[in-house]
Design a protein around this ligand. Structure first.
Ligand SMILES: [Zn+2]
Length: 113
């Protein structure tokens, strides 16, 4: 399950930050997750709760913002929205679409005490 590895890397970022800034408690972790990243939101929530237990982000809220997928169509020469990784261009139906966004996951913001 790659959500566990992702949750661990998120918690790693959060704990590094907490140590650096002398944060006692992390209340909210805001994540940006791309729609094309194949991350299961329920799974990441579950894993997050498990890996934060006993740490600085114990019982912190996980706030997930979904980032829509985007791609660049060679034929239309425009940016188009993508619902899936191998989607065709919604304008011309062509498959010369390069994914340009929505595949990443990142920590956007932390609310701390
Ligand atoms: Zn197109």
């Amino acid at each position: 399950m790659h959500e566990m590895a992702l949750a661990e890397s998120v918690v790693g970022i959060v704990e590094d930050y907490a140590r650096r800034e002398c944060v006692k408690r992390v209340r909210t972790v805001r994540l940006e997750i791309g729609r094309l990243s194949n991350v299961e939101l329920d799974a990441i929530r579950f894993c997050f709760d498990a890996v934060t237990r006993g740490g600085v982000a114990d019982s912190a809220m996980l706030d997930i913002e979904e980032v829509p997928g985007t791609g660049w169509c060679m034929r239309c020469a425009v940016q188009v929205p993508l619902a899936a990784m191998l989607d065709v261009c919604p304008r011309c139906g062509g498959c010369e679409v390069t994914v340009t966004g929505g595949t990443e996951m990142r920590v956007k913001e932390l609310e701390v005490e």
